[in-house]
Design a binder for this molecule. Structure first.
Ligand code: BES
Ligand code: ZN
Ligand code: MN
Length: 480
């Protein structure tokens, strides 16, 4: 039987940097809003060209590509538009792109856009539309080849992380159960030197007291797993960063069941876990000099006679208890166990969790910006800066003092779903499990999915968060 998911991660366009063009290869020349053209533009007619970022116009065997005002975002849009423009029946396999006035940051943005803009996830028996396979970026200045090649490699590594996060999240939940998610991550990790993976089963979870993961996973016939990825575990003196990602492989809401409309989208409810897995793979491939651990509690939140109930009291790893008030708030239940495990077993210097946690955050910030909460100003700043470098936008939200009490329960240590602003009270609940460690919580319920094409994003899972995590590790590595 054919596998219902692509067996190979989606192939992204290859990119090289060189100072010499090739003979008999289609050429792409740039137009800024101006318009000014780059070299190689000799026989291009500019009458209808506006230079707007992402404008692609075919002229014989050449293309004109708009780069707008030449800002970073314009370059990302142009890269994505070029690859989309070079898809279809008459698509060339390769092209030479003549870059003018380029620096490392702009080139990185362009390559990121080009690599991700052509991403597609389709489960089908048909062949995909022919698409450009490789690009040569022709730079006028030979002296810049090395720096620009370095920038292209980094952009490609970041794009690869995003693409893997998309693949994992787009995989339908008839295939993707907790065992599949943890096992697939472990299989990928095994191929990366120095990256190790351990997958724990429900028996281990019961022995160790992961009551949150077991409660949420208890309603499904497909039992929960706990994935632990380690990079540089032996570097005992290096700073230790621990990432925790929500790995709900499908969220029905459980007994507090979700409405049918839109429930199918909950196959991407492990997007935080996917971002963590992809980030660990990218960090290891880039050989960054810090210690990083990725934890992904994997469970399916389902409805059945063995499902957990509103009113239950659950004991988390480490002993704290939670009064369940809504089984659809399952993300914080599994994250609480994983955060407590990180604090007690891994002595992290920095703890970051990533999750499609609340619909409230989607309402607050929309679909293109992640919500960021932190108990440490410098950590919040580092996340925002890492996001800016990676092309992912974050907005800091407050851990409001006046709502802290709402997390207390009459019959347990904590109340799972306090009244009040949903994104904030969820963060306040998680803070109880972060043990005072410098910590950030990233709520990606909004930007984890897209309905349309924009910038480097295509409809479906976006892979949001993976690149920010990699950049965050890079910033600690360069400080260490
Ligand atoms: N996975 C959802 C959050 C979500 C909603 C992600 C929409 C992406 C798009 C989460 O598990 C959930 O159901 N949260 C509830 C919490 C509530 C019961 C306190 C919500 O936001 O409605
Ligand atoms: Zn959920
Ligand atoms: Mn839910």
């Amino acid at each position: 039987m054919r596998s219902p998911v692509p067996t190979v991660p989606t192939k992204l366009v290859d990119v090289e940097v060189a100072s010499a063009p090739r003979a008999n290869v289609p050429r792409v020349v740039l137009a800024a809003t101006g318009p000014e053209l780059g070299p190689g533009a000799a026989n291009v007619d500019l009458t209808e060209v506006t230079g707007k970022a992402g404008e692609t116009m075919r002229q014989g065997d050449s293309w004109v590509l708009g780069i707008g005002k030449s800002e970073l975002k314009d370059w990302k849009i142009a890269g994505a538009a070029l690859v989309r423009g070079l898809t279809g029946q008459a698509a060339p396999k390769t092209a030479d792109v003549f870059l003018t006035d380029i620096d490392a940051d702009r080139l990185q943005a362009f390559v990121l856009g080009a690599a991700l803009g052509g991403y597609r996830f389709r489960v089908t028996g048909d062949d995909a539309d022919p698409q450009v396979r490789s690009l040569r970026l022709v730079v006028a200045d030979e002296g810049l080849e090395d720096v620009l090649t370095e920038a292209a490699l980094k952009a490609h590594a970041l794009a690869t992380a995003t693409a893997l996060a998309r693949d994992l999240a787009n995989t339908p939940s008839n295939v993707k159960d907790p065992k599949w998610l943890a096992g697939t991550a472990a299989k990928i990790a095994e191929k990366v030197p120095g990256l190790t993976a351990v997958v724990r089963d429900e028996k281990w979870l019961a022995e160790e007291g992961f009551g949150g993961v077991l409660a949420v996973g208890g309603g499904s016939t497909r039992p929960p797993r706990f994935l632990e990825l380690s990079w540089n575990a032996s570097l005992k003196n290096a700073p230790h960063i621990v990432f925790v990602g929500k790995g709900i492989t499908f969220d029905t809401g459980g007994i507090s069941v979700k409405p049918a409309d839109g429930m199918h989208l909950m196959r991407t409810d492990m997007s935080g876990g996917g971002a963590v897995i992809s980030a660990l793979v990218a960090v290891a491939r880039r050989g960054l000099g810090v210690r990083v651990t990725g934890l992904v509690p994997c469970a399916e939140n389902h409805v059945s006679g063995s499902a957990y109930r509103p009113g239950d009291v659950v004991r988390h790893f480490g002993g704290a208890t939670t009064e369940v008030t809504n089984t659809d708030a399952e993300g914080r239940m599994v994250l609480a166990d994983a955060l407590a495990y990180a604090v007690r077993r891994l002595s992290p210097d920095l703890l970051v969790d990533v999750a499609t946690l609340t619909g409230a955050m989607k309402v607050s910030l929309g679909l293109r910006t992640g919500g960021l909460f932190s108990n440490t100003d410098s950590v919040a700043d580092s996340v925002v800066e890492a996001g800016t470098r990676a092309g992912e936008q974050w907005w800091r939200m407050p851990l409001l003092e006046e709502h802290v009490e709402a997390v207390d329960s009459e019959i347990a240590d904590y109340r799972q779903c306090p009244p009040g602003p949903g994104g904030i009270t969820a963060a306040l609940f998680l803070e109880k499990f972060a043990g005072g460690v410098p910590w950030a919580h990233l709520d990606i319920a909004g930007p984890a999915r897209s309905e349309k094409n924009y910038d480097e994003v295509v409809p479906g899972a976006t892979g949001f968060g993976a690149r920010t995590l990699v950049e965050l590790v890079e910033s600690y590595a360069s400080r260490a």
